[in-house]
Design a protein. Structure first.
Length: 105
């Protein structure tokens, strides 16, 4: 579980870094001394690149989330099986003890 929290924290750091870079690049584009046409073209390229990076990050996040959900399902299934086995063992032990006391009475 702590490993998943570590992945989540590092994911937030990466997202913050990427967003900070994008904001910085956007500010640099808007403040650079260029003609209006050049600036619009650079902004268009920047927005296309930003969209692509955001899409890649989103896809990566979906994959991580899907993997975590699958891991969680497996974990729950394992624990459910263990609990069911423990309950059955408890029932068997109870039945055996009950039979011992019934026969000895």
């Amino acid at each position: 579980m702590s490993d998943e929290r570590g992945c989540s924290a590092s994911g937030h750091v990466v997202l913050a870094f990427v967003l900070g870079g994008l904001v910085g690049a956007g500010i640099a584009l808007l403040t650079a001394p260029r003609s209006g046409r050049e600036t619009r073209e650079r902004i268009r390229e920047f927005s296309d690149e930003s969209r692509k990076k955001a899409s890649e990050y989103t896809e990566h996040a979906k994959e991580k989330l899907s993997s975590a959900v699958e891991h969680g399902k497996e974990f729950i299934s394992e624990k459910k099986s263990l609990i069911s086995s423990a309950i059955e063992a408890g029932k068997d032990a109870y039945t055996k003890e009950k039979e011992k006391h019934t026969h000895s009475s």
